[in-house]
Design a protein around this ligand. Structure first.
Ligand code: PLP
Length: 350
């Protein structure tokens, strides 16, 4: 069994977190003369003169009920991009250690690694975008500290095989990060059910996609309480603003609406897929467990340019490995999807 205690960078093991004014007194009512705030108020209508809760207690309580896990297994960051960076800083020694990613995949793992002077070893997914487990295991050395597994994967949209993920979790003596940004659109349950079985597992989820909260930048990392306590120590103390914490809590109070919107998006995803399949120039639509479709065109550039001219913007992924001539198309509203389909039809009939 991997112990995260043994994987944390040695200089961080005994690090002391910044002790903020709000750590010394937890009550909400009082005369607060401890944090050099402006007690008179804010110069805006919305009053934000007080520092927010650095420990996100109410948010964790709400998320803990939704996810059915203990609050001490929950970390909140400024988007999931923040825990990605913090996890790399927590476990990887610059210039020595490396992470493993499986392209084509989400780009931030590599960017965060590069910023921290951490090498990114890439083991491409197979042609049907599943993990090449033997190839991954063959690359592992004592300097392999983290494997990033994105499932459902961006930009391909598919879930990674459960057995493959399990094999990585069982065999790898480092941290396995499973990025579940699209889990709400997926037909499979989250890996958070396995957190007590694997102490080296970190699951990332975000409010940015299904929850419709991309603008407030709130993402969660769920893991062993020790890993969470270390992330809490190394994060910027007030990483979630007061309005963002309040809006995130409001979102968490509306699970039903989120679920209804997910159903609508899934319905539209199937409809867009059927419509696109009618075009001869659409060569392949990859199976999706997310809110987007990866579509291979005969030639992606002309259709991409046409859509841009008409102010419909999709993501060109054609330069990614095994994604030649592929565009990633986010499912929009019914009207937006109709517009997309009409524009593609016009272009191919012209
Ligand atoms: C969009 C996305 C994220 C980013 O999430 P934020 O919470 O907005 O930072 C993370 N991972 C994947 C795979 C994504 O597609």
């Amino acid at each position: 069994m991997v112990s995260p205690e043994s994987l944390v960078r040695s200089h961080l093991k005994a690090i002391k977190a910044y002790s903020s004014a709000r750590d010394e007194y937890e009550g909400e009512i009082g005369v607060f003369l401890d944090a050099n705030e402006n007690a008179i108020g804010s110069v805006t209508q919305t009053q934000v003169n007080r520092y927010p809760d650095p420990h996100h207690r109410k948010l964790k309580e709400a998320w803990s009920k939704i996810k059915d896990i203990d609050p001490d297994r929950i970390f909140f960051g400024n988007g999931s991009d923040e825990p990605i960076d913090l996890l790399i800083r927590l476990f990887c020694n610059p210039g020595t250690d490396h992470i493993i990613t499986m392209p084509p995949t989400y780009g931030m793992y590599e960017v965060s690694a590069a910023i921290n002077n951490i090498e990114n070893k890439k083991i491409p997914l197979t042609e049907n975008f599943q993990m090449d487990v033997p190839a991954v295991l063959a690359q592992i050395t004592p300097s392999s500290k983290m494997i990033f597994v994105c499932s459902p994967n961006n930009p391909t949209g598919n879930l990674l095989n459960k057995q493959d993920v399990e094999e990585i979790l069982e065999s790898f003596q480092g941290i396995v990060v499973i990025d579940e940004a699209y889990i709400d659109f997926s037909s499979e349950p989250s890996w958070i059910t396995q957190l007590s079985k694997y102490r080296n597992l970190v699951v990332l989820q975000t409010l940015s996609k299904a929850w419709g909260m991309a603008g407030i930048r709130v993402g969660s990392a769920m893991a062993d309480p020790y890993i969470i306590s270390m992330l809490e120590k190394i994060k910027p103390p007030y990483n979630l603003s007061l309005p963002n914490q309040q809006l995130a809590r409001e979102a968490m109070g509306n699970v039903n609406q989120k679920n209804e919107e997910v159903d609508l998006i899934l319905f539209e995803r199937d409809r867009v897929k059927v419509e696109l399949e009618q075009f001869l120039q659409v060569k392949k639509i990859f199976p999706s467990d997310a809110n987007f479709l990866l579509v291979r065109f005969e030639e992606s550039k002309p259709i991409f340019d046409h859509l841009i001219r008409e102010k419909v913007i999709v993501r060109d992924r054609s330069s990614q490995i095994n994604c030649n001539n592929c565009l990633r198309i986010t499912i929009g509203t019914k009207g937006e999807n109709d517009q997309l389909i009409k524009l593609i039809g016009d272009f191919y009939q012209a």
